[in-house]
Design a binder for this molecule. Sequence first.
Ligand SMILES: [Fe+2]
Length: 240
Amino acid sequence: MAFFDIHTHILCGVDDGARTEEEMHGMLRAAYEDGTRAICLTPHYSPYLFGDTSASSERAFERLRIYAEEEYPDLELYLGHELGYHESCVQALNDGRCRTLGGSRYLLVDFPAGVGFFELRSAMDRLLRMGYCPVLAHAERYRALGHRLGWVREFVENGGLVQLNATSAVGAFGGFSKRQWVKFVKQRLVHVIGSDGHNLDSRPPKMSACLPMLEKYCTPEEIGSLMWKNAQTLLHNGRI
Ligand SMILES: [Fe+2]
């Protein structure tokens, strides 16, 4: 099965992902060997942590694109951002410094792990009102959503989407995230899976990690949607 990894930090020298050109190439190889055949590069857009990553990510993407064309001709690459939500992000979205996923209307959105529920909800409402389809990054990691899957359902009904990290299924982010991961999957409150890969050792771009867990709860057709089809539809600005 081929995977579409919609959430990665493979671009080098942009955020807290790959630190060198070699590591960037190594991560691409690891992803390819794991079975990934399409990747959306999503460096953080969190100016308070990493500065403005719009130009640096574009340059790194161009280098990676040329490299991949040569080494892995059947690998598709797309460019986006992972928006660290903050009041000031509206300006960055309006003037294009913060990118959506591959230029679609879908926007990958991240919050600090300790974000409060009401803060998260009002941010998502705001992005929906602005006309974006927010994709909540690694939704299983937020404590604020521990007892709020009812809101998640409402969010999805209003046009929001949910992304889960592949390695949370095997406990890479602790017991809470693993339990939440299973709840999201069982309640069909997930649309796309990403590796959120940051490096080669502690956070590798490993999509296959979640397959045994998905096979427990989902049909082969559902797994195909979560691991490939939905991401592809979204990157081409289609409707899920
Ligand atoms: Fe991320």
